[in-house]
Design a protein around this ligand. Sequence first.
Ligand SMILES: C[S@@+](CC[C@H](N)C(=O)[O-])C[C@H]1O[C@@H](n2cnc3c(N)ncnc32)[C@H](O)[C@@H]1O
Length: 273
Amino acid sequence: MIPEPLARTPSFSRLDDLSAPMASLLIGALESMAANPEIQRVRRVAWDALSPAPGRHLLDAGCGAGEVARELAAAGADVVALDYSAATVAAAADRHDGGTVRYLTGDVTRLDFPDATFDGVRCERVLQHLAEPDRAIAELARVTRPGGRMCLVDTDWESLAVDGLPADLMDAVRAHFANQGQPHHTGMGRTLRRRLVRAGLRDVTAIPVVCYFTHPSQIGFVLPMFNAAVPPEAGLVPESIRDTWFAAIENAGVRDEFLAVLTIWVARGTVGS
Ligand SMILES: C[S@@+](CC[C@H](N)C(=O)[O-])C[C@H]1O[C@@H](n2cnc3c(N)ncnc32)[C@H](O)[C@@H]1O
């Protein structure tokens, strides 16, 4: 029997409602993702969008453990790192390393900043978890000054492709993931360009970064349903096939026949005057 706080699918949309162990697992997962070479490749593509020059006032909305906010501050920017989850903001603040970062709790769909507060805003892998992603984009545009830049990063979970695993197992895991209702928008990444255009941004570009893994050990938490260290309580793999699924992944790795591919999109635009 799963204890009550863990019985619901753990989600980044309500981190503070989770048990302390599950919340710290998810915060640790964010840190581990930040160190993953494929996520670092995504972030390199996103980096240029905000020109983090000294004196620039930037917002990282849904900052998680705050790695990017600290990197932007290290480049001289004056950064607000905001997250809905108080536990996450506390974890990010604990990791503070001396740059100009203000850590705040807040909701990206209802930002408590005046219009045109920031020179640039970013929001990475947050919109997929929101019931109202376009409201968040409108808020991000509102708090950005005319001519300022917005950078959105999000996953297209529907792009997941694999080789080297039995198709019936992959189909079962894929269906299970789709049926959980978390994240809210499994195809968010591919919709970012359209959403920025509809929000009235100019010079919109969207770049697909195709992340790929040729051994299960490379995946970490980027594709958590492939990681046997993620506990069953996370609910990512149907219990009835859990052992077979992870044995198949391990075997594919041993045979050097494993492949998994996931597209994460980086979309950028300029806020109009
Ligand atoms: C998958 S994590 C990504 C964190 C970070 N951007 C990164 O790339 O590591 C999603 C984050 O969005 C935060 N979040 C969820 N809903 C939010 C909201 N309405 N406003 C602000 N942050 C939110 C969560 O607490 C979590 O830290």
